[in-house]
Design a protein around this ligand. Structure first.
Ligand code: ASN
Ligand code: ZN
Ligand code: CA
Length: 332
């Protein structure tokens, strides 16, 4: 397959390079270097639509940096797919969502004023809303691209059921890996943080989620309790997100890339972080080796301890921190 490097003028990341496919004197937004991943215009169709119009361009320079040009959001979505593909490949040796080398489709401009994005196993595609234009812009940020593609990875691996505690763990897995994509891409426009959706929050609007202290969103759980599984999965995910923050960065206050965090533990303990790369390796090994469709938070702890043993040894600092951090979110 022939592939060319194009230029994208994105909404959130300035000028980026995109891999595109020449066809009939034009270029298509199809990335032959990442499994033929394609980016389409959803034409503001229904949020369950599965078909769009493939973006094509006459000079291989895409978007204008403004959302008034329909290609602009497509540039961000396409770049996010590439960043997520590269993260999984370079970090875990995973070759695409199903580890079969096949790229997914992305549909941008889905729905009308839709403040959401989603993944579907059925169409093997992501859909992105444009936001309401008041509190939120288009949801085509790196953390959301990584979040949605990770739903496909979870489905292809542990298969965490999207309800009760396993559903919270499923959602948290997407926030964790979406955050890792953002940090790993390390772009000047979005250098990495433990917030979800901050890049498209407008004015004083809040990010969608805070991993250091999930309750800052007004609804998510910081700590496990026996009723946590009755929350919406985007709120019970707080337990897993808090665990990941504590295991990565440790408890207490910290500023990173200009963002301030404060992560108190649920049991008054002090947690020393092991760094997000080690935390993500442990998480991914648990996801792909130990967790199943019905894994609860207690099972998540057990699986991550097994994963830490495999990767670092039972006597390692990484193993000890995994145990301390899970206890710090109330999972003993
Ligand atoms: N944005 C949501 C998510 O990926 C869509 C949903 O509720 N499934 O979790
Ligand atoms: Zn999700
Ligand atoms: Ca983020």
């Amino acid at each position: 397959e022939i592939n060319d490097a194009g230029t994208g003028n994105s909404l959130y990341l300035g000028t980026v390079t995109l891999q595109t496919t020449p066809s009939g004197g034009q270029w298509q937004l199809v990335d032959g270097t990442r499994g033929g991943a394609r980016t389409e215009d959803g034409n503001n169709g229904s949020t369950s639509s599965t078909t769009g119009t493939l973006f094509t361009d006459a000079d291989n320079a895409w978007g204008t940096g403004s959302n008034s040009n329909r290609q602009t959001a497509a540039v961000d979505a396409d770049f996010g797919v590439g960043a997520t593909w590269d993260f999984y490949k370079n970090t875990f040796g995973r070759n695409g969502i199903k580890n079969d080398g096949k790229g997914a489709r992305s549909l941008v401009h889905v729905g009308t004023n839709w403040v959401n994005a989603s993944w579907s196993d059925t169409c093997f595609c992501m859909r992105y809303g444009d936001g309401d234009g008041v509190s939120y812009g288009p949801l085509v940020s790196l953390d959301v691209a990584g979040h949605e593609m990770t739903h496909g990875v979870t489905s292809a691996t542990a298969g965490l059921a999207y309800r009760r505690e396993s559903g919270g763990l499923n959602e948290s897995t997407s926030d964790v890996m979406g955050t890792m994509v953002e940090f790993t891409a390390a772009t000047a426009g979005d250098p990495g943080d433990y917030l979800i959706g901050e890049r498209f929050a407008l004015g004083n609007a809040k990010p969608l989620r805070y991993m250091d202290q999930p309750s800052k969103d007004g609804a998510s759980a910081n700590c496990w309790s026996k009723s946590v599984g009755t929350l919406d999965v985007h709120y019970s995910s707080g337990v897993g997100n808090h665990l990941f923050y504590l295991l990565s960065e440790g408890s207490g206050a910290k500023t990173l890339n200009g963002v301030s965090y404060n992560s108190p533990t649920c049991n008054g303990s002090t947690v020393t972080g092991i760094g997000r790369d080690a935390a993500a390796r442990i998480w991914y090994r648990a996801l792909t080796t130990y967790w199943t469709s019905s894994t609860s938070y207690a099972g998540a702890r057990a699986g991550m301890l097994s994963a830490a043993t495999d990767l670092y040894g039972a006597g390692s600092a990484q193993y000890a921190a995994t145990a301390t951090a899970w206890s710090a979110v109330g999972v003993n």
